[in-house]
Design a protein around this ligand. Structure first.
Ligand code: 6PG
Ligand code: NI
Length: 187
């Protein structure tokens, strides 16, 4: 266990102070995620932009602890599909709480049968029940940022989403984001 502590959120950058590790996911790290493989390759071979960053607090991923992280997803689309996180299951099924900090996005959940979509904005608390895979999507034109709090022994399984998908894909629509069946071909 670590001592009682506070962490200051840095609104301009999505950083934390004090901070643990900061992870950066570029387009090249997101192979196999976007439906339009040609558009993904073009983005990767071009600027290979940072799609999202995850800053973690110093709280360790250990049983009984409640680690926190702040994810910033930069705006953009790949073949019409909004920028998103890889998505994962917690292999030791436990709940997780998200809290919207800035920008506009959504939380896509999938239990292997039924997809769910929770629109996220500053002040919204999104709840992920045990056993639901989750992916975050930036549906706006500015960085979408949220706090996540999860049990320290939940673990992260990325293979599950590659195998099962997330039920839906989230595409830019004329006004609202479009939720389209996951296995459909790029439009
Ligand atoms: C977690 C949270 C969250 C998530 C990031 C990045 O369990 O730690 O769900 O912090 O990890 O938003 O998403 P990916 O882990 O799917 O890349
Ligand atoms: Ni999670």
């Amino acid at each position: 266990p670590i001592d009682p502590m506070s962490v200051t959120f840095q609104p301009a950058t999505g950083g934390m102070n004090p901070s643990g590790p900061v992870l950066s996911r570029r387009m090249s790290d997101l192979e196999g995620l976007f439906a339009d493989t040609a558009a993904w390759q073009e983005a990767r071979d071009g600027a290979d932009p940072v799609v999202y960053e995850v800053a973690s607090s110093p709280v360790p991923e250990a049983p009984g602890e409640l680690p926190q992280s702040i994810t910033t997803i930069h705006p953009g689309t790949v073949g019409g599909e909004f920028h998103m996180t890889k998505g994962h299951q917690h292999p030791n099924p436990q709940g997780e709480i998200y809290f919207g900090l800035s920008g506009t996005g959504g939380l896509l959940l999938f239990d292997g049968t039924t997809p769910k979509w929770i629109p996220m904005a500053p002040g919204v608390i999104g709840y992920i029940p045990p056993g639901w895979a989750h992916r975050s999507v930036n549906t706006g034109d500015e960085p979408y940022r949220f706090l996540a709090v999860y049990p320290g022994d939940a673990g992260h399984d990325y293979g599950w989403v590659l195998e099962h998908g997330m039920g839906w894909r989230v595409r830019r629509g004329a006004a609202e984001p479009q939720l389209v069946p996951f296995r459909s071909e790029p439009v």
